[in-house]
Ligand binder design. Structure first.
Ligand code: ATP
Ligand code: MG
Length: 470
């Protein structure tokens, strides 16, 4: 069952229920008030008649001719005999007085009824109308005339229910026309509103069908200022992200293959050279050392790639433990100073706060190894590298500052991208694969910190790592 049919069914069920509830309420309300009016009229006529006839009856001399009785009622009550009649009946059933046009010649009350009347209580009852009458029912009130606890007579006032029945019939007829017409109109209106409302959705599904991963074209904008504008915008943003992710994945695979191909080509070349002619043991050893260097380089790249893919899949956990930053950085500097000395670079690591923070020691070591390694690699002869800490915003800032070659302004936004190297053509001995900083960024963000860079081309670079203390 499609959405359109489901909404149509539900809205019809709802509309019909509301209409029936409304119509039922209206029918009952009007009927009740007309019914009340008839009862009130019966009571007031009976009561007024009582005051006219009570005295003559109790004195035992009431005999009024029908015509006179009707005239009296007309004069006092404005009674019109068209819709009903009034008669006075003695306790034994003999009619003492009566207006004209009585509907029933004889409405005999049984013993139980007379007992009720003798207790000075009225009886209100509906009777089926006599045959041939316009109405179906007639309402009658029996009103007692009790003197000295004895029922002398009762007043019988009858009213035709034709007016009530007519009103009920009219309401039913009107509702029988109004309800289907209203439902038809609601359905027509509903179809129009539904079609107009769903138009953007059909455009959406048509456009989405045309989008493929190979040709991720731009989605149209929705120019009306409504909720769909936001939806279209969100889809466009999502597609942008999707395109970017697709391009990044493609780029990543291309870069990874490229990075691995270079050492493989070198290894292939070295082996070909070794096989071409017979060589001395020393020559073979040199070739094997070169091959080992290239293999080590490949192992590093593969390890980094593995770490990146695992981190993206959420498989690498940052295991935080209490670590002393001073111990970690001092040890690292001692280790790397050998490498710095080779290049006549001074590695200064003395202004470091003695503080313990919660962090993953292995991962932090990886971060600062890369930052200090970069500061040495991309430095100048007789340059300087300083590692120091400062307190900032409830956290600890660790700076790695160098007096090296610096980074061009246009390269700064890209240095944390995977495989990015500012100088693509630099010598292989210096360069890495360009994965170090992207791994650093992931590790620091995993510690709820951040990493930033400030660099001046030709002058030097400072990397800043902020880590929360608590
Ligand atoms: N201190 C620095 N001074 C100048 N340039 C830098 C510095 N640190 C990083 N860069 C530039 O940013 C690039 C990315 O650095 P990153 O550490 O990610 O890669 P890498 O050192 O080349 O290789 P890897 O770290 O994977 O061995 C470097 O290639 C270099 O061009
Ligand atoms: Mg590096």
């Amino acid at each position: 069952m499609n959405l359109r049919t489901r909404i149509a069914i539900w809205s019809n069920v709802f509309n019909i229920s509301v209409l029936l509830f409304f119509a039922g309420g209206m029918y009952l309300g009007i009927t009740h008030s007309v019914d009340e009016g008839i009862n009130n009229r019966l009571y007031s006529t009976a009561e007024a008649t009582y005051y006219i006839v009570e005295k003559p009856i109790s004195s035992g001399n009431l005999v009024i001719a029908s015509r006179d009785f009707e005239n009296i009622l007309r004069a006092f009550l404005g009674f019109s005999g068209a819709e009903g009649y009034v008669r006075i009946v003695r306790y034994d059933g003999k009619v003492i007085s009566s207006t004209q046009n009585v509907f029933f010649q004889d409405l005999k009350l049984d013993y139980e009824d007379l007992k009720v009347l003798a207790n000075n209580r009225e009886i209100l009852r509906d009777y089926p109308a006599p045959e041939g009458a316009n109405e179906k029912r007639v309402r009658v009130i029996f009103y007692p005339i009790v003197v000295d606890n004895k029922l002398l007579a009762y007043i019988e006032v009858a009213s035709s229910l034709a007016r009530l029945e007519n009103i009920q019939n009219s309401i039913l007829q009107i509702l029988l026309i109004i309800i289907p017409v209203t439902i038809a109109m609601l359905n027509i209106g509903g179809v129009i509103i539904f079609n107009r409302g769903l138009k953007p959705l059909s455009i959406l599904s048509k456009e989405l069908k045309n989008i493929s991963a190979k040709d991720p074209k731009k989605f149209p904008q929705w120019d009306k200022d409504d909720e769909f504008r936001e939806l279209f915008q969100s889809i466009n943003d999502m597609l942008d992200r999707f395109n970017k992710a697709c391009m990044q994945t493609a780029q990543f695979s291309a870069d990874a293959s490229h990075e691995l191909r270079t050492p493989l080509t070198i290894i292939k070349g070295l082996i070909e050279v070794a096989l071409r002619s017979e060589r001395t043991v020393e020559e073979y050893q040199d070739i094997l050392v070169s091959i080992l260097e290239e293999i080590e380089r490949m192992v590093r790249i593969v390890e980094d790639l593995l770490l990146i893919s695992k981190s993206e899949a959420g498989e690498v956990l940052i295991e935080k433990k209490e670590i002393n930053i001073k111990t970690l950085l001092t040890e690292l500097c001692e280790h790397l100073s050998l490498f710095a000395n080779e290049k006549n670079i001074i590695l200064n690591c003395c202004d470091i706060e003695d503080i313990t923070i919660m962090a993953d020691a292995l991962r932090l070591r990886q971060v600062f190894t890369n930052l200090i390694d970069n500061a040495i690699k991309y430095n100048k002869e007789n340059g300087k590298v300083s590692v120091y800490t400062r307190r900032e915003n409830n956290g600890l800032c660790i700076y790695v500052e160098d007096t090296g070659i610096g980074i061009k302004e246009e390269d700064i936004p890209h240095i944390f991208d995977r495989f990015f190297r500012a100088d693509k053509s630099r010598k292989r001995e210096i360069g890495g694969a360009g994965l170090g900083l992207s791994i650093c960024k992931w590790i620091i963000e995993g510690h709820n910190g951040y990493i930033s860079v400030d660099s001046h081309y030709g002058i030097g670079t400072t990397f800043k790592v902020w880590l929360p203390i608590s």
